[in-house]
Design a protein around this ligand. Structure first.
Ligand code: BUP
Length: 430
């Protein structure tokens, strides 16, 4: 398995790896050491003989990119370009690892289209595993192939101030296509595409994208990591224990994005004006930050015991399953959305860029949350933030739907992984 270098990509790969070990697969999981170190402790001891982590050395000088930046998590934008370059320059290293381990199959991420030709050269078949939503993937293929045709849902669209994201996504997709053209030989397995998600939630989009591309999209399940106990005794969770049931909203915008000053202010004032308690995970591109300078004046004093600010990283799944959490103000990264669905947490959607607006529209379509609409210029308005938090969290306004989605996902059991294992086995044996 060869996921892209962010935490949001490697965790679904690890969850898929864990499931495949129950079907007698042995997994090599390859990434940079910095990315692997974020999941090393998440491999249960009983699986340590079935999953081997394989570090990929990057071709880059430490002066250009120190080792701690060999992952996209919290990477300042100017270093992201260097990381992509270093990654693309490391093909030979990846090829050497393939030759050393000679797997029966390569499962690769759509952001590294150069990997499958290297495998093909060694007669190793490959299958793509997309960690984004089917709604986003189908929306993208739709625009890529026939934007004039009818899309399965008219709710799913970018708003006018978000239209630049479509261009960004299409440019990404074209870039991947271009970079893949070097691929020689027949790739027997490409008629199958693995995708993170479930027919229970995205059935019509999975069907649509399969029809559009002529490939079979096989959903691999929500692939949500179980909450780990490591942080369960932390001060943050003790604080949460003291709050009333469902009274607290968890606020996080993912591992990669940094909020603009205007959005920080909108969220901060919105939280203050709402009636919910909150835990807010804040992240900044700079390594040294004075928190007070990043927040509106006097914010921390006004918050008092009502809220906690966590700088950097919080045990997200552990927080989401806590009975005193009643909602999630989320950027709608696909992992976060799936975690909310799986644990039955209503979403206050505040999408920021790329696929997030489309995921947010799905959240509303499913009925599991409400989106905070920005004003005409794309600005976040504090009163709107507070009003949506109050409706979704304080008044528990979408509870019935959220419980229904949670129950539907729980019923699925492992049916999907049986199908995936069968498909992969048949590719391996060809
Ligand atoms: Br921040 C943060 N703790 O403090 P998404 C994130 N996470 O466990 P993203 C934590 O990172 P992509 C924190 O549970 C989820 O599994 C969270 O993935 C975990 O957003 C993951 O939601 C974040 O998909 O990734 O980071 O923007 O761009 O790949 O969607």
């Amino acid at each position: 398995m060869f996921p892209w270098l962010g935490y949001g990509h490697i965790t679904p790969y690890l969850e898929l790896a864990k499931k495949l070990t129950t079907k007698d697969f042995f997994i090599y999981l390859c990434s940079t050491e910095a990315t692997l170190s974020s999941i090393r402790t998440k491999i249960p001891p009983n699986l340590s003989n079935s999953i081997e982590l394989v570090p990929l050395p990057l071709e880059v000088s430490p002066d250009d990119l120190p080792e701690k930046y060999h992952t996209t998590n919290g990477l300042p934008p100017h270093l992201m370009v260097k990381l992509k370059e270093a990654f693309d320059n490391s093909k030979q290293n990846f090829s050497s690892l393939l030759q050393k381990h000679m797997p029966d199959l390569l499962i690769f991420d759509f952001l590294q289209p150069w990997a499958p030709p290297l495998a093909e050269a060694l007669n190793i078949p490959s299958v793509i595993f997309i960690t984004s939503s089917s709604v986003m993937t189908s929306f993208m293929f739709h625009h890529f192939s026939d934007p004039g045709a009818e899309f399965p849902s008219e709710n799913i669209r970018f708003r006018h101030y978000e239209s630049c994201f479509m261009d960004e996504l299409l440019a990404n997709a074209r870039d991947c296509e271009e970079r893949e053209k070097g691929s020689a030989g027949v790739n027997m397995s490409r008629e199958i595409v693995l995708i993170k998600g479930s027919r229970e939630i995205e059935g019509r989009y999975i069907e649509y994208v399969s029809g559009l591309t002529g490939k079979r999209f096989v959903p691999v399940g929500p692939l949500v990591q179980e909450p780990d106990d490591q942080n369960s005794s932390s001060e943050l969770l003790s604080w949460l224990d003291q709050k009333e049931a469902k009274s607290t909203v968890y606020v996080s915008f993912g591992s990669e994005y940094f909020l603009s000053k205007e959005d920080m202010d909108g969220i901060a004032h919105g939280l203050l004006q709402s009636k919910a308690n909150f835990i807010w995970v804040v992240r900044f591109p700079e390594t040294e930050v004075v928190l007070e300078e990043k927040l509106p004046e006097g914010f921390l004093d006004k918050v008092g015991e009502r809220g906690k600010i966590v700088q950097g990283w919080a045990p997200q799944t552990r927080i989401l399953v806590h009975p005193n959490v009643g909602g999630f103000v989320s950027h709608c990264g696909w992992n976060s959305v799936m975690e909310s669905f799986k644990f039955g947490v209503p979403i206050v959607a505040v999408p920021m860029h790329l696929d997030q607006p489309i995921n947010a529209r799905l959240v509303e379509e499913v009925g599991a949350g409400e989106e905070v609409l920005r004003d005409g210029d794309g600005r976040l308005n504090a009163e709107t933030v507070a009003a949506v938090i109050n409706r979704v969290v304080v008044e528990d306004g979408v509870r019935a739907k959220v419980d229904e989605v949670k129950a539907r996902l729980a019923l699925m059991a492992d049916g999907e992984i049986d199908e995936v294992a069968r498909e992969l086995m048949s590719i391996c044996s060809k």
